[in-house]
Design a protein around this ligand. Structure first.
Ligand SMILES: [Zn+2]
Length: 72
């Protein structure tokens, strides 16, 4: 299986959690050395959403999904 979605979660927990497609430029062009970024991966959208909601509850931050990264 191939990861199809990725979740952006920042360590200071100060920003919204965001779901992206795995080929989104936000993920492709990420800084792999960034210590404050925690990118999670998921095989499908439902899993990505589950992870995101859990992180959102734990950190008490909102989550959001960009239109262009929504599953078609
Ligand atoms: Zn995106």
């Amino acid at each position: 299986m191939v990861y199809r979605f990725t979740i952006y979660h920042d360590i200071p927990k100060s920003h919204e959690i965001k779901i992206h497609r795995i080929d989104c430029s936000s993920y492709v062009n990420r800084d792999p050395g960034a210590v404050n970024s925690d990118w999670r991966t998921a095989y499908d959208f439902q899993t990505a959403l589950t992870i995101t909601k859990k992180l959102s509850e734990e950190d008490a931050v909102n989550y959001r999904m960009y239109k262009k990264c929504k599953p078609s």
